[in-house]
Ligand binder design. Structure first.
Ligand code: KIV
Length: 337
């Protein structure tokens, strides 16, 4: 549309016309590209609570868990209707470019937990305890967990552990904070496990997985994440429990599944190693590369930005501004002679 002989974008009209006519501004229009979604992408669900997760388990409906490490990944997980969002310490590798998860600090976890919890309005929120923040003593673990809840605003914590951490789990749950125990392949213990190795492949290994699961359940863990354990073993363990198991690389017999968002959305360059259990459901990297290359092309050829992506000034104000600049230039010319 043309106004005063100048092209005016529909976005500009939508946001300015109501104000000019004395009407309330359209509430969908936001100036920041980081605003939370409104309208069709807003998440209208009720908040997922621990009771909701337990009810899904009782109904035999698989529980969906997905990681998020920042505000945008939290928003999209919540908008897609994921049951529980995990701010995992995979943060270190996925978002902070670290070699493994062992260097992640509690301060880094807190910053990222806060950004995710600002985005997630419905899904249950889980924060991971990073290495070194809970193993020293029960007191250290309780202090860390309280920090995660008070400063990271998560609903529950996840800790990599086995039967040996049962007293700590008991103390944390007594303090009123729900715990998810992470058993099987525990990446923080990669060096004592001899690397990122599948667990429970021998009788002794499978018995250990079962013993760990029973011990953490007894201690009060309300959910158990089982990583990289043969499907049959994870299914038998799941049947022996009265709390849900969430599998990652542990087959279909678990009560739910978890994946790392960057892995399952294909948000990584081609050729990067991903574990065998990762199924890639989207091509975020491909879409982003194509979009960024097109942006670069349009900037280089000056196709972007056109009038649709800019702001207006009236002809009258522009003419005055030009006079002003011309006057100033003439004035400067006089003084420099
Ligand atoms: O940190 C993480 O992302 C995890 C995965 C196993 C889900 O713990």
């Amino acid at each position: 549309m043309m106004i005063l002989g100048r092209p005016v974008s529909s976005r500009f009209l939508a946001s300015h016309a109501p104000r000019c006519l004395g009407l309330p501004a359209n509430p969908i229009i936001r100036w920041s590209s980081y605003s939370a979604p409104q309208g069709p992408h807003a998440d209208p669900r009720k908040k997922v609570t621990i009771s909701k997760l337990q009810s899904l388990y009782r109904k035999n409906e698989p529980i969906t868990v997905l990681t998020a490490h920042d505000f945008p990944s939290g928003l999209v997980a919540d908008a897609a209707g994921i049951d529980a969002v995990l701010v995992g310490d995979s943060l270190g590798m996925v978002a902070l470019g670290m070699e493994d998860t062992n260097s992640v600090t509690i301060e880094e976890m807190l910053v990222h937990c806060r950004s995710v919890t600002r985005a997630v309005k419905s899904a249950f929120l889980i924060g991971d305890l990073p290495m070194g923040s809970y193993e020293v003593s029960t007191e250290q673990a309780v202090r860390t967990v309280i920090k995660m809840v008070k400063e990271g605003h998560v609903n529950a914590v996840k800790m990599e552990c086995g039967a040996e951490m049962a007293p700590t789990i008991k103390r944390i749950t007594e303090a009123g904070i729900p715990v998810i125990a992470h058993i099987g392949l525990t990446p923080q213990r990669q060096h004592s496990l001899g690397g990122f190795r599948v667990q429970g492949k021998t009788v002794a290994g499978a018995v250990k997985v079962l013993q760990d699961a029973l011990a953490v359940q007894e201690a009060g863990a309300f959910m158990i994440l089982v990583e990289a354990v043969p499907a049959e073993v994870a299914a038998i363990v799941t049947k022996r429990l009265r709390v849900p198991t969430i599998g990652i690389g542990s087959g279909n017999g678990c009560s739910g599944q978890a994946l790392v968002q960057a892995d399952m959305t294909g948000n990584f360059p081609p050729g990067r190693f991903v574990p065998k259990f990762v199924k890639t459901f989207a091509d975020v990297w491909g879409g982003s590369i194509r979009g960024i290359e097109e942006y670069k092309r349009q900037v280089k050829t000056k196709a972007f930005p056109d009038a649709d992506y800019g702001y207006e000034i009236s002809e009258e104000e522009l003419a005055k501004f030009k006079d002003c600049v011309d006057g100033a230039v003439k004035e400067q010319g006089k003084h420099s002679k």
